[in-house]
Design a protein around this ligand. Structure first.
Ligand SMILES: Cc1cc2nc3c(=O)[nH]c(=O)nc-3n(C[C@H](O)[C@H](O)[C@H](O)COP(=O)(O)OP(=O)(O)OC[C@H]3O[C@@H](n4cnc5c(N)ncnc54)[C@H](O)[C@@H]3O)c2cc1C
Ligand code: FES
Length: 247
C-alpha cells in the first residue's frame, strides 16, 4: 500500500449521477486488475474506496456514482486539485482460470473494474471470445458501453425498464449464454441472482462498506464457507464462488 498524491486531470459527468475522474500520478503500486484505491476527502474521517477502472503508467481512471455526501464532494472537485489516494489495495482477479471464453458481468457501480479486467483478458484471449454483460436500471444510467464495444468484445446490455437491450437483469442475459468462467462486480441482490443461474465457477468482487481499507480495523470481515473470516479490503475484494458463504 502506498499513499500517492494524484493530480485531477478531469472529473466529468458521463451518465446519470455517474462521474469519470482521470488522475495523473504514480500508479506503480497498482499491480493487479480488480484492485481498488481509497480516497481522502476533506472533512471525512474515512476514505472512500473506488475500484480501479483503468491504470497505466502515470494515469489512473476511476468511475464513481454519487450516492452520498462523500461522492457528492468528489463530484465537485475541480481539475488541477491534488488528491491523497491509497493505492495497491486488495487482491484483484485471478486471470489464469478464465478458460478460453469467460463472461464478465457488471451491475451499475460494479461495472468500472470489469473494464480493466476486460483490457487485461484481451491481452491473453481473442476479444470476440470474451462476453460482457452490463446491467443498468435505465438508459440514462448507461456509461462505457461504447468503450467496451471498442475493445472488440461481445457486449450485451440489460436494463430494468427495457429501454436498451434485454428488459430485466443481467441474469436474464446470462442464463442463455455459454462461457468457461465468470467474473462479476455489483450489488448483493445481483450476486444472489447470479449464484442461482451461473453454470461455471467464477469470482465475485465485493464493494462492501469499509473502515480503514487496509486490513487494520476488521470492519469489513466476511464469514466464509469454511467458517473462517476474511477481510474484503485485504484478502478480497475478489473471492472465488466456492469460498463464499451464501446466506
Ligand atoms: C472495494 C470497493 C470498490 C468500490 N468501487 C466503486 C466504484 O468503482 N464506483 C462506485 O461508484 N462505487 C464504488 N464503491 C462504493 C463506494 O465506495 C461508495 O459508494 C462510497 O464510499 C459512498 O460514499 P458516500 O460518502 O458518497 O456515501 P455515504 O454517505 O457513505 O452513503 C450513502 C448511501 O450509500 C450507501 N453506501 C455507501 N457505501 C456503499 C457501498 N460500498 N455499497 C453499497 N452502498 C453503499 C449507504 O448505505 C447510504 O445509503 C466501492 C466500494 C468498495 C468497498
Ligand atoms: S476496512 Fe478495515 S480491515 Fe477492512
Amino acid at each position: 500500500m502506498k499513499e500517492v498524491f494524484f493530480k485531477i486531470e478531469s472529473n466529468e459527468l458521463i451518465a446519470k449521477n455517474t462521474y469519470e475522474m482521470v488522475l495523473s500520478g504514480d500508479t506503480q503500486e497498482i499491480t493487479a486488475t480488480g484492485q481498488f484505491v481509497n480516497i481522502k476527502l476533506d472533512g471525512f474521517f474515512l476514505r472512500r474506496p473506488i475500484s480501479v477502472c483503468h491504470a497505466e503508467e502515470g494515469r489512473l481512471v476511476l468511475i464513481y456514482k454519487v450516492v452520498g455526501e462523500g461522492t457528492e464532494l468528489m463530484a465537485d472537485l475541480e481539475p488541477g486539485r491534488s488528491l491523497s489516494v491509497l493505492t495497491g489495495l486488495g487482491n484483484g482477479y485471478d486471470l489464469e482460470v478464465s478458460g478460453e471464453a469467460p463472461v464478465l458481468i457488471g451491475g451499475g457501480a460494479g461495472i468500472p473494474p470489469m473494464y480493466g479486467l476486460c483490457e487485461a483478458l484481451i491481452e491473453r484471449l481473442k476479444p470476440e471470445n470474451i462476453k460482457v454483460v452490463l446491467g443498468f436500471n435505465t438508459e440514462d444510467e448507461i456509461f462505457y458501453l461504447s468503450k467496451f464495444v471498442e475493445l472488440g468484445v461481445d457486449v450485451r446490455v440489460a436494463t430494468a425498464d427495457g429501454s436498451v437491450g434485454t428488459k430485466g437483469f443481467v441474469t436474464d442475459v446470462l442464463k442463455d449464454l455459454d462461457y468457461t468462467y465468470f467474473y462479476t462486480c455489483g450489488p448483493m441482490p445481483m450476486f444472489k441472482a447470479i449464484e442461482k443461474v451461473a453454470k461455471t465457477s467464477g469470482q465475485y468482487s465485493f464493494e462492501e462498506r469499509m473502515g480503514c481499507g487496509f486490513g487494520a480495523c476488521m470492519g469489513c470481515s466476511m464469514t466464509m464457507a469454511d467458517g473462517s473470516y476474511k477481510r474484503v479490503c485485504k484478502e478480497g475484494p475478489v473471492f472465488r464462488r466456492e469460498e463464499i458463504l451464501w446466506k
